[in-house]
Design a protein around this ligand. Structure first.
Ligand code: 5GP
Length: 141
């Protein structure tokens, strides 16, 4: 499948559609998942075009992983979950639904369990409040 430059995350990176931003640098962007599987679920993307881990330049993958680690640490500090899942899907058969490389940071609160993948939208207010907690944790690093 050829990379679609109009996929939703490419449009978010270009600022054409809104997202609740958590962190940005020259190579990567982190923002809240619109249909979070748990409180604090965030996504990290490299800014370059690439459908998945297999076809994205390694230096861009490395930049995205560095940001993923930062966001995971900040989410741990902000929400205090006992665990965190980092996921990344390659291809529809593996569960990928948006075809621009991204990593999920999903805090896991054992008693609550995880909501289903990409099912229920959460209000912008809730996403903004959770993003503010992660941003504050990043500032406190
Ligand atoms: P995957 O491709 O790894 O299956 O997941 C794509 C993720 O993107 C899902 O967790 C879904 O909830 C999220 N998502 C889909 N559309 C949007 C959107 O427009 N904005 C944001 N922030 N997240 C989205």
């Amino acid at each position: 499948m050829a990379y679609d430059p109009n996929n939703i995350f490419a449009r978010i990176v270009r600022g054409e559609i809104p997202c609740v931003r958590v962190y940005e640098d020259a190579d990567t962007l982190a923002f809240m998942d619109l249909m979070p599987q748990s409180e604090g679920h965030a996504l990290i993307v490299p800014k370059v075009a690439g459908e998945n881990l297999l076809d994205t330049p390694p230096e861009s993958v490395a930049a995205a992983i560095r940001t993923t680690q930062r966001i995971a640490r900040a989410a741990k500090a902000a929400f205090g979950p006992p665990g965190l899942i980092i996921t990344q899907f390659n291809g529809p058969a593996a569960g990928q639904t948006v075809f621009h490389l991204h990593f999920h940071v999903i805090p896991v609160y054992t008693e609550a369990g995880l909501r289903l993948h990409a099912r229920e939208k959460v209000s912008a207010d809730v996403l903004e409040a959770n993003a503010a907690r992660i941003r504050a944790a990043l500032l406190a690093e």
